[in-house]
Design a protein around this ligand. Structure first.
Ligand SMILES: Cc1cc2nc3c(=O)[nH]c(=O)nc-3n(C[C@H](O)[C@H](O)[C@H](O)COP(=O)(O)O)c2cc1C
Length: 328
């Protein structure tokens, strides 16, 4: 991502920041992003202000409306705000959403001293996607209540599994979907971005199927069915599946939904439960209306994830350094 001179400049910029700001911005880099693509850039403004940008060059051709990008920029904003609260700072965020070429100036943030009593501030550092099997232990009422307040609708797992199966077969035959995966799957588990087979918890045969898809550009239907079998099995076993809804797919609504998504995922982890997004059913245009119907008039579905008590630990995911994403 960064050339040597950019990295050197980034390091100088990082060193010039107040230590607490450096900690907050570094913590914000732990935000989740689809394919762990981390499309955010931080430009230094004047004083205590920072500009948050999203670079289209880095992102996903199979996400032509940039839905995942806006969601993860929202998740980035919320992670930053919670990290700031943990440092005794207030993050004042102003949405900008101004596009110039491949750059989208998403928001401005000012970090100022102040106390925010946010129960999730201490929990945000422990949020991680957990792709292990879940037990059938039901979700506690306190957790389902908190998720409902964040506009998450719990939907019947069996019906979701059928939708995901259909979405999988269609998507694995789509060259853009396979191309995105090929671009972001990293054989090297130390790569600073993307996802490694280890992080994804792939069995050897699944990794082989994936590599075959990359060579072919798409998977034949029987292989696509075999590959999607894992997600469907995991979904079927989970005690709950949630759909997070937004008012619309407009960039402002998606950034706001991304903030709620981050809070939902952090809340789940704070309860020592796990979550695992299975976005394929929403990303696939043919099956998205089916998800909307399941969510039953609560709005536009923008994220779908299974929830449960995990049987294994979350896979580790890497991040770029702050110096790599800072711009003057
Ligand atoms: C909008 C969005 C969609 C995602 N979709 C999926 C998905 O379909 N399948 C999956 O396994 N992970 C998905 N993820 C999780 C990312 O892969 C994960 O956040 C990233 O690899 C970083 O890992 P972490 O969440 O453990 O920090 C998604 C994340 C976001 C923000």
């Amino acid at each position: 991502m960064s050339e040597t001179s950019t990295a050197a400049t980034g390091q100088q910029l990082a060193a010039s920041l107040p230590a607490a700001h450096r900690r907050v911005l570094t913590a914000a880099l732990r935000a989740p992003s689809a394919h762990n693509a981390q499309p955010w850039r931080i430009r230094l403004g004047t004083g205590r202000r920072y500009e948050l940008h999203y670079d289209h060059h880095d992102y996903l051709p199979a996400d032509p409306e940039d839905r995942d990008a806006y969601l993860c920029m929202g998740a980035f904003c919320e992670t930053l705000a919670l990290a700031a609260a943990g440092e005794g700072l207030v993050a004042d965020l102003d949405l900008v959403l101004r596009r110039t070429g491949t750059d989208l100036h998403v928001a401005d943030v000012e970090l100022r001293p102040g106390a925010v009593a946010d129960p999730l501030a201490a929990a945000v550092a422990h949020r991680a996607t957990n792709r292990s099997r879940y037990t059938d232990e039901p979700l506690p009422a306190e957790l389902t209540g908190a998720l409902r307040e964040l506009r998450c609708v719990l939907v019947p797992t069996g019906q979701v599994a059928r939708i995901v199966r259909r979405a999988s077969v269609l998507s694995w035959r789509d060259r853009r979907f396979v191309g995105d995966l090929a671009a972001w799957i990293r054989a090297d588990s130390d790569a600073p971005d993307g996802m490694s087979p280890r992080q994804l918890g792939l069995a050897r045969y699944e990794w082989l199927a994936l590599r075959a898809a990359f060579v072919l550009g798409r998977l034949p239907a029987p292989l696509a069915r075999a590959y999607s079998g894992r997600d469907i099995r995991l979904l079927g076993e989970a005690p709950a599946v949630a759909v997070l809804c937004a008012d619309s797919d407009s960039p402002a609504d998606l950034v706001e939904a991304g903030r709620r998504l981050l809070r939902a995922w952090t809340t789940i982890c704070a309860h020592r439960f796990g979550y695992h997004p299975i976005s394929i059913a929403i990303d696939c245009p043919t099956t998205r209306p089916d998800v909307a119907a399941l969510a039953g008039g609560h709005g536009t579905p923008v994220a779908l994830f299974r929830i449960g008590r995990p049987t294994g630990s979350a896979g580790e995911s890497n991040r770029h350094q702050l110096a790599d994403v800072l711009r003057s």
